[in-house]
Structures are given as structure tokens and as C-alpha cells.
Write a protein that binds this ligand. Sequence first.
Ligand SMILES: Nc1ncnc2c1ncn2[C@@H]1O[C@H](COP(=O)(O)OP(=O)(O)OP(=O)(O)O)[C@@H](O)[C@H]1O
Ligand SMILES: [Mg+2]
Length: 275
Amino acid sequence: MSEDPTRTDPEAPELPELLRLREVTVRFGGLVALDAVSLTVPSGRVTGVIGPNGAGKTTLFNVICGFVRPRRGELRWRGRPLSRHRPHDLARLGIARTLQGVGLFPGLTVLENVLVGADRHARSGFLGDLLALPRADRDERALRERAMARLDRLGVAGVAGRLPGELPYGVRKRVALARALAAEPDLLLLDEPAAGLSAGEIAELAELVRGLREELAVVLVEHHMDLVMDVCDRVLVLDFGRVIAHGTPAEVRDDPAVVAAYLGEEVREPEVPGA
Ligand SMILES: Nc1ncnc2c1ncn2[C@@H]1O[C@H](COP(=O)(O)OP(=O)(O)OP(=O)(O)O)[C@@H](O)[C@H]1O
Ligand SMILES: [Mg+2]
């Protein structure tokens, strides 16, 4: 695919481009996990990435995050090439992600987990901590307040002192989201945020993601089609590492190539009984 199908959003051509992938190819041995994938992510939009299991969705996130180096192709962040970045550069760049699953540190409390996400904003840093400068105290307090505000926004401030293992799955997923937001990213990558949630929790998540759009760009990998159709502005469809469709939710839903890719795929039911 030589042209980037996502280059122009006819509904909002003026939106500034945050992230651009151009013909990104990733191989794992003989397997082509991503095959010349191009994608443009504008600010203020929710971009969906869907596709059957093994289509390459998480690999796409891993490329953006610097976990996986593409064999070919190019990434640009705010118009500049992004090639040698490492995962620990992400907070500074303004990119945050939630992991498929939950990915909290089991030995840290909920608040501490969120503080880990917020430390991009600690100004005095390690040296300040070492010398116990008053500045470090102030920063620590400000960080805690910011972390608590994030937990509060997600309705989980009440469990700030608990360990993740003590909490129900849906609550842990909210904490993981609070941690990603604590870094105040410009781009948020969500890998299957609805997996394992009840129908009510998914509706709340949809509301939240819609609200986030005012502040940042979101790329949403998700198998729950209702959520994708509900919150995404544009949707990219991958199958065996290749882009098979791109457009508005309604356009991709009715695309014969997308329907064919999903045929034979068991439609995933919510994993929480009674949902
Ligand atoms: N580190 C790796 N080493 C080897 N193969 C890998 C690696 N990571 C992913 N793959 C393979 O690359 C392909 C794409 O995997 P990926 O995890 O990106 O799919 P996905 O679309 O996220 O799937 P799912 O919906 O199941 O999460 C799969 O065939 C997978 O087995
Ligand atoms: Mg995945």
C-alpha cells in the first residue's frame, strides 16, 4: 500500500497531525506481523484499530512505543522522525498506553501505581530527593494531589491505599487508565480497555473516552464493536498485518473485506457473566 489511506480526514482536514506511520513493516522470523501499514493520528480524535486475533494490533502499539523496531517504514511524531526512541522516552514525548490485560505493579498500592505514571511532572528529580530539598516535598505533594484527582475522576479514589490484587478486575482497569492519564499525555493508546468489563462498565468507558477527546488523541484497539462504533471517529482495520479497510465506523462495518475477515471469527461476548 503506497498511499496512506488515513492521510486526509474529509471531516476535519485542518486537525493537526500528531503521529504518522508510513508503510511500517514488522517481521517476527518468517511471520509478517505488520505489512506496510500507514496511519495518521490527528489530535482531538479517537482512532480505532480493529481486526481479528493476531492481526497485528498490539504489535502496532509496540512499534509506536519503541518496544519493537520496524523492519521498514517510518514514524513521525509531531512532524519529526521517531526512530530510536525507547519505552522510557514515551512520557517525555507525551505518549501513554494501557496494556492488554491490566499491567499494574502488584506490590504497589493503587496510589503508588498512579504516581509512577505521574512522575513525568516531578521537577526536582532524583537529586532533589537525595538532598531532601524542600522543593521535593512540594513536588511530592503536588504529584499526590494530581494522582488523587485522576483516581477521583475515574471513580476509584476510595481504593487509593489498596493493592491491585485485592480489587475487582474492572476497578483495576480503571486504575490502569488513571495511571496512563496521570502522565497527562497528548496521545493515549488503549489496548482492549473493555476486555473483561460488564456492559455497564463499557458504557461508562465509552463516556470517558468521548470526554477525553477534548484533551488528547486516543488510539483504541478493541474487539467490542459497539464501543468502537460508538466512540471512534475513524477506524483502521487490520487482517494478517495488512490494512484492509479504513474509514468512518459505518463505512468499515459495511465493507465486504471487513465482513469477510471477521467471518469464521467467533463473535466475542463480554467476558463477565450477566453482562
Ligand atoms: N514478540 C513476538 N515474537 C514473535 N511473534 C510475535 C510477537 N509478538 C506478536 N507476534 C505475532 O505477531 C502476530 C500479531 O500479533 P499481535 O499481538 O500484534 O496481534 P493482535 O492483533 O494484538 O491480536 P489479539 O487480538 O489476539 O490481541 C501474531 O501472529 C503473533 O503471534
Ligand atoms: Mg493484542
